[in-house]
Design a protein around this ligand. Structure first.
Ligand SMILES: Cc1ncc(COP(=O)(O)O)c(C=O)c1O
Length: 395
């Protein structure tokens, strides 16, 4: 396998039984993905089915409160509600060209599951989804959507009953179904070639953002900010700006409740190097190498690892990674709803909070772009409950 590392991070640490399907995906990535016919089919679907390009929206009220110019890249407006569909469409098309008849996926918040289920229906493929049992409970609206779209949803009761355990179950399933099934991995993590493959499909976000910012402001942004779960929306928007030294890149991890002794989902800030899901990366693990449970109010950020390219961007200093607590993400959610009339996903609310809570990170007049990775419809129950507990009105 070539080019499977980002600095010292990445690689492909999997049981031998997973090597044949991973090599098959790597070959498809190198031989099929760059062809004009594949790119044309993908671009048609991204435009006419998913709804690309997504707008770059200016936030007048929050900009005047903060003293800099706040822009949102509106991945929340995509079909199925999040950036996940960029990757799902790409991998599904690739799978079909590889002769596969079924898509397999893990999901945390359910957005990747819904995206995969929708695309499987569109392309006439079977769809099997693994989802941690805790996530099935807290993102139940998305479970219903997946089933209605024709997917088989398997709740996973092992471990912390979240995304990590769903990935383990999906990898196990893939071993015995690799002849017919493509594992449509949902984030820029896992074994090679997934971190590169997912980034290739998500980098459309950054390419559009760069062109739109040049057109609307006459220059590049001063900062680009995105939340980091496994890292796909962040690497997708960062990539077009990696060579632009003037553009500061900020990833935002979930700090959980932030109370002493409580778990978090911030492996870049609080973890150590190790191997999880086939990749050498930064992880939350104890001194015996056991994975620590992660915790976040947002299911999509609730993961103890992170994509290896982020581990490298962190180590090399090209990107910086902050942390935001549950309560601050909820407050940012509320602020965007009330100030701009946009309901963000709780995942994206972490990126917003990083910007809104510390406006002095940015100079007056700066252009700051937040990647609004998804919409908040799936989070209504969690947000309603949290606001009630805080004594806020929400009607
Ligand atoms: C709306 C949204 N944003 C962000 C994420 C985090 O994933 P990633 O870090 O791969 O972008 C998720 C994951 O489910 C999500 O649903």
């Amino acid at each position: 396998m070539k080019n499977s590392y980002f600095g010292e991070f990445g690689g492909c640490f999997v049981p031998e039984l997973l090597m044949p399907p991973l090599l098959e995906v790597e070959a498809a990535m190198n031989d099929i993905l760059p062809t004009p016919s594949f790119q044309n089919d993908l671009n048609d679907l991204l435009r006419d089915y998913a709804g690309r390009p997504t707008p770059l929206t200016y936030c007048p009220a929050l900009s005047s409160e903060c003293g800099f110019h706040l822009w949102l890249k509106r991945e929340d407006l995509l079909h199925t509600g999040a950036h996940k569909i960029n990757n799902t469409l790409g991998q599904a098309l690739l799978a079909r060209r590889m002769g596969k008849t079924a898509l397999l996926a893990e999901t945390g918040a359910g957005q990747h599951g819904v995206g995969t289920a929708a695309v499987a229906a569109r392309l006439g493929m079977q769809c099997v989804i693994f989802m941690g049992a805790e996530d099935v409970e807290r993102q139940s609206a998305n479970v219903t959507r997946m089933k209605i779209l024709g997917a088989e949803v398997h709740p996973v009761e092992n471990g912390t009953r979240t995304l990590k355990d769903a990935i383990n179950a999906a990898l196990r399933y893939w071993i015995s179904h690799q002849r017919t099934t493509h594992y449509c991995f949902g984030t820029a993590a896992g074994p090679h070639p997934f971190p590169t493959l997912v980034r290739l499909f998500q980098s459309v976000i950054g390419k559009e953002t760069r062109a739109q910012c040049l057109e609307k402001t006459g220059g590049l942004p001063d900062a680009v900010v995105a939340c980091v779960g496994g890292g796909s929306n962040a690497i997708g928007i960062f990539h077009a700006f990696l060579e632009d030294a003037s553009v500061r890149l900020f990833g935002v991890e979930a700090a959980g409740t932030g109370e002493p002794g409580c778990f978090n989902s911030a492996p870049l800030n609080l973890g150590v190097p190790g191997v999880l899901h086939g990749s050498h990366t930064m992880l939350l693990q104890n001194n015996d190498g056991q994975i620590e449970p992660s915790q976040s109010v947002s299911a999509g950020l609730d993961y103890p690892g992170v994509g290896p390219e982020h581990a490298w961007l962190h180590k090399s200093g090209r990107a910086h990674y902050g942390m935001v607590k549950d309560a601050n993400a909820l407050a940012a959610f509320r602020r965007l709803c009330r100030s701009e009339g946009i309901l963000p996903a709780l995942e994206s609310s972490h990126a917003l909070a990083f910007v809104l809570d510390h406006p002095n990170r940015f100079a007056p007049g700066n252009a700051v772009i937040v990647n609004l990775s998804g919409r908040g419809d799936k989070d209504m129950d969690i947000v309603t409950q949290a606001l009630e507990e805080e004594g806020h009105e929400h009607s």
